[in-house]
Design a protein around this ligand. Structure first.
Ligand code: ZN
Length: 314
């Protein structure tokens, strides 16, 4: 063995030793689980169930569109150093999903939270071309199903605290079911003939089914394709014929198409809805019933949408 090679070998062994020491040091004692999550909704779900047992790093911030999102170099670092990864699944994370699947193959625990939703409850609209609609979080009852995957994953990574995850998971599930009931009550004054939700892209099919609205997305399934002129003309005619009193822009999609439809039809823009991302953390909004909520949380995001829709369409 020549001398330079020997030196390299010694350095390499030293490096492994130090790296090993650091790794043990950071996990010793009150260890926290490092979780990486894709969308803001998935990060919120993971945080709610894990409590202070985990540190959750969300890859996508407020206003970020998951359909078009490309991983950055720092995302790859976050994913690689995570103990556990959660994503939405159902093809929501268009480009990122390939990386997640690869990490899963390398035995990194990677979970799609939507895995625990019974398939019979998923929608498969024609325009989704054989795929399930991924925007499940707008029916809080479906989002409640996703808690099961998070509890299971956390219990596998950290079996010592499985009871704690189960208990917290049950409380989170109940809070989502209560949120659904709140939404039903809040939307009750909207008359049947006004229950039409026209928005930028097809993010509200589950919302429509859960809360009895007809839903029309100008841009179709993902945000990848732009709305065609023919589609816009059709929607303008529909608005005029049915006396629709408000249409809505989305926080993570360009408002251009909706603005043009508003101009073409004379229909007001009823406000901005959160679609594929939550709002800024700590930003407080309030509803007409006096309740106030943080739009940087899942619950606040859903409530803000419901309040915007109810106020504009009543
Ligand atoms: Zn979407």
């Amino acid at each position: 063995m020549n001398a330079p090679f020997k030196t390299r070998l010694i350095f390499k062994s030293l490096f492994i030793l130090i790296a090993g020491f650091l790794a043990t040091a950071s996990y010793a004692g009150e260890a926290t689980i490092r979780i990486a999550a894709t969308t803001t909704m998935v990060a919120d779900l993971a945080r709610s169930v894990a409590g202070d047992r985990a540190e959750v790093a969300g890859l996508m911030g407020p206003g970020v569109d998951p359909h078009l999102y490309k991983a950055t170099a720092s995302d790859i670092n976050t994913l690689q150093s995570a103990d556990l990864i959660f994503y939405n699944g159902l093809h929501l994370e268009g480009r990122l999903a390939d990386i997640l699947v690869k990490l899963g193959r390398r035995h990194k625990p990677v979970y799609a939270v939507t895995e625990s939703i019974p398939v019979a409850k998923l929608l498969e609209p024609e325009e989704f071309e054989g795929h399930y609609d991924p925007h499940v979080w707008f029916d809080p009852r479906l989002w409640a199903h996703c808690v099961e995957t998070v509890v299971l994953a956390l219990s596998e990574v950290d079996p010592k605290h499985a009871d704690e995850y189960k208990e917290r998971g049950a409380a989170v599930e109940q809070s989502y079911l209560d949120l659904y009931k709140w939404g039903k009550r809040y939307l009750a004054p909207v008359p049947a003939e006004h229950r039409v939700l026209i928005t930028s892209h097809d993010a509200y099919n589950y919302f429509g089914r859960a809360f009895d609205f007809r839903v029309i997305g100008v841009q179709g399934i993902s945000t990848q394709s732009e709305a065609g002129l023919a589609d816009m003309v059709k929607i303008i005619e529909f608005i005029k014929k049915n006396g629709i009193n408000a249409i809505f822009v989305e926080s993570s999609v360009s408002p251009a198409a909706i603005q043009r439809i508003s101009e073409g039809s004379g229909c007001a823009i009823g406000g901005e809805l959160f679609s594929d991302a939550m709002g800024l953390p700590g930003h407080i909004e309030s509803a007409a019933d006096g309740s106030s909520f943080d739009v940087g949380t899942y619950e606040g995001m859903v409530k803000a949408n419901i309040a915007t829709i109810a106020d504009a369409l009543q």
